[in-house]
Ligand binder design. Structure first.
Ligand code: NAP
Length: 322
């Protein structure tokens, strides 16, 4: 099969190449999936580039996310699943068989039936972003009737955080840096969209609700003053991204707010929470509550350009066509 792969960490153009390799066979408990589209996330270039290196077992086919059709089932897997159209999550988690190839193999539970009405573009974008958004929203309980602030509401995670929060009954404010991203966050269904660079951003958000219950955060240091202005004893600030340098925590201000801080990294989220996320996300897809961001497509042989686009902060979702 044709696969994009690397065998050492480094810059995209230096280490990524397309090769013909043997198609994998599904092991016990696994399914093999013929990949239609592969989704690229920041974690993919960080793993490849060595910012957050993950061990390489001979070679690594990148990308956790994808959409495709099951064409073989390993021992112990219901053969009735062959032919199912599925979305994949964490395909490259501890495995060399990422989705940037014509086929991938994953544990059967990580190939989730995709509702018929869903586009391939949506299916390939769900994995890392929607699972992360789900964990950020629900690790501390349901959000029905709650007030949620989503920082970076036009980003891949932010987009699904808005849509999942709305679907599960929350009131949602989102922050962005400009008009194009404001439009995307509004299209996702945010009740209020605010430019986080505005000096009165906190006051604008307080018009929706004076205190947030959840703040889905990706730039804790940059946004902590804003977040604390909207925090009280009921607030959980959930941070899912590291900034270039770690913030200094204003402990007294955090104490005054009685706020709770939570950090999440998808690679270590408990299995039952991931399974619940996959089920809740699929239910939202079925209900047409999740949408695809604008798509930027690359053929497999332009894999390095696809990674560079994500590294450069492309607006929308970068997908690779194997
Ligand atoms: N912990 C985990 O398991 C996990 C899972 C998924 C992703 N991540 C990390 O989360 C980050 C985002 O991932 P993504 O796929 O959503 O990326 P993305 O699609 O590139 O979105 C990032 C968004 O954040 C916005 N942003 C940047 N600085 C901001 C600030 N100070 N306040 C508010 N918004 C800001 C960006 O827009 P502007 O720059 O225009 O504001 C952009 O819209 C990456 O660093 C990724 O590695 C972590």
């Amino acid at each position: 099969m044709k696969a994009a792969l690397y065998d050492r960490h480094g810059a995209a153009a230096d280490v990524l190449r397309v090769a013909d390799i043997d198609r994998p066979e599904p092991g016990p408990g696994q399914v093999r999936v013929r990949i239609e589209l592969s989704g690229v996330n920041p974690t993919d270039w960080k793993s490849r580039g060595g910012t957050t290196p993950r061990p390489i077992d001979g070679f690594q086919i990148p990308h956790h996310d994808g959409v495709g059709v099951i064409d073989a089932a390993g021992a112990g897997v219901d053969t009735g699943r062959v032919g199912q159209r599925v979305w994949l999550w964490m395909a490259a988690g501890g495995s060399k068989w990422g989705t940037a190839a014509e086929w991938s193999v994953v544990p059967a539970r990580q190939a989730v039936p995709l509702p018929e009405s869903a586009s391939a573009e949506l299916g390939a974008a769900l994995g890392v972003p929607a699972m992360t958004a789900h964990r950020a929203l629900f690790a501390d309980g349901p959000v029905n009737g709650k007030n949620v602030l989503v920082a970076g509401g036009a980003g891949a995670v932010g987009h699904f955080a808005i849509e999942l929060a709305k679907f599960y009954g929350a009131r949602v404010a989102a922050t962005v840096s400009g008009p194009r991203k404001a439009e995307l966050a509004a299209q996702a269904g945010a009740d209020l969209v605010v430019n986080y660079r505005d000096a009165d951003a906190a006051d604008q958000i307080k018009a929706l609700a004076p205190r947030m219950d959840r703040i889905v955060e990706l730039a804790l240091g940059a946004n902590l003053d804003l977040d604390l202005a909207l925090s009280g004893p009921q607030t959980h600030i959930v941070d899912y991204a590291a900034e270039a340098s770690d913030p200094v925590l204003p402990v007294r201000k955090c104490m005054n707010a009685n706020v709770t801080l939570r950090f999440i990294l998808l690679y270590g989220v408990p299995a039952e929470a991931l399974d619940q996320a996959a089920a809740d996300i699929t239910r939202a897809v079925e209900a047409h509550a999740l949408t695809a961001l604008p798509v930027i497509r690359f053929p497999l042989d332009q894999i390095a350009a696809a990674h560079e686009a994500v590294e450069a902060g492309a607006v929308g979702k970068v997908l690779v066509v194997p």
